[in-house]
Design a binder for this molecule. Structure first.
Ligand code: BV8
Ligand code: ZN
Length: 265
């Protein structure tokens, strides 16, 4: 039987391996439970510098040098000046289409959890509520003497900041290198990773633990794991699908019902 050119093209299209973005879209549409893990890359398009990329320096300081209890004990004013600089910058930023797409994903999935390493608060501003900020939040301060935690949106915060309850020295309510994550928060992450059908990892270099262990944990538990990231990462070879690209461009495509994926501009 002779096929027309149109029939041949249709047959070829039918056997094309689904585009990676289409595969993730299909997995999400069938998923009972979805977990999303984000890092600094999702806030890059909002103007928030990343930690390790090309622009990955915060005012010429490496996070590993200043985001530590030792640095704060040695020079609390320097650490607070660094956080004031970041607060001032983050205060001028808005969520981008990547943050908004994840908030929409939460609305579409009954069982959903967003785990973010970011401290900028942009996911909450975009409407995400089923959210664990595992490294804390730059708008929260904690008293080093009595442990009081409260929101403080002063930009800049007057230095040295003191606790309104006991006058103790305040610190950012952020998890620094060498500090343990909140146990309950970590348990919630582990529970979600052990039972999710899809783990979507967006905008993280996958080098900071324990977040860097979440992909293999979910994979071992049987989840479909996908990565959306500008650069390849140590977890790229481990995941089922890894797509190079900008979060603000790729994430909204995951929400388009059945649309043909458009190519990177
Ligand atoms: C813990 C808060 C145990 C600070 C952060 C030696 C001594 C002590 C500890 C360790 C050690 N060796 C290893 C460790 C463990 C350590 C660790 O992992 N270190 C690394 C550096 C090796 N981890 C810890 O210390 C953790 N705690 O292990 O505790 C313990 C147990 C009991 C008792 C005591 C201790 C705590 C880790 C938390 C550290 N705090 N942040 C602050 O922000 O002020 S981590 C910091 O890095 C940020 O939170 C950030 O989110 C995180 C990870 O970075 P990324 O988000 O991935 O950002 P990065 O710039 O690296 O990558 C961005 C990616 O996006 C890039 O790949 C880029 O290609 C991509 N991208 C860019 N633009 C876009 C994009 N993608 C898409 N679209 C775009 N437009
Ligand atoms: Zn206090």
């Amino acid at each position: 039987m002779a096929y027309t050119l149109g029939q041949i093209a249709a047959k070829e299209a039918a056997v094309q391996p689904t585009e990676p973005i289409q595969e993730i879209r299909e997995r999400l549409s069938k998923a009972g439970s979805v977990v999303v893990l984000t890092g600094a890359g999702i806030s890059a398009e909002s103007g928030v510098p990343t930690f390790r990329g090309a622009d990955g320096l915060w005012k010429n300081f490496r996070a590993e040098d200043l985001a530590t209890p030792e640095a704060f004990a040695r020079d609390p004013r320097l650490v607070w000046e660094w956080y004031n600089w970041r607060r001032e910058l983050i205060a001028t930023t808005q969520p981008n289409p990547g943050h908004q797409a994840i908030a929409e994903m939460e609305a579409r999935h009954e069982r959903f959890l967003l785990i973010t390493q970011n401290v900028d608060g942009l996911h909450r501003s975009a409407g995400s509520r089923k959210l664990l900020e595992i490294h804390g939040n730059i708008w929260l301060v904690r008293c080093t003497a009595c442990g009081l935690v409260e929101e403080n949106r002063d930009v800049p915060i007057a230095l040295p900041p003191s606790c309104r309850a006991c006058r103790g020295l305040l610190r950012p309510h952020i998890v620094w290198f060498g500090e343990a994550l909140d146990e309950k928060t970590l348990d919630q992450c582990m529970g979600a990773l052990a039972s999710c059908d899809v783990l979507l990892i967006v905008g993280t270099s996958g080098v900071v633990y324990p977040a860097a262990s979440f992909a293999p944990i979910a994979k071992a538990a049987g989840a479909f794991v996908a990565e959306l990231n500008l650069d390849p990462t140590p977890q790229s070879p481990l995941v089922d699908v890894s797509i190079r690209g900008r979060a603000g461009h790729l994430l909204p495509q995951l929400l388009q019902e059945g649309a043909a994926p458009d190519r990177q501009p």
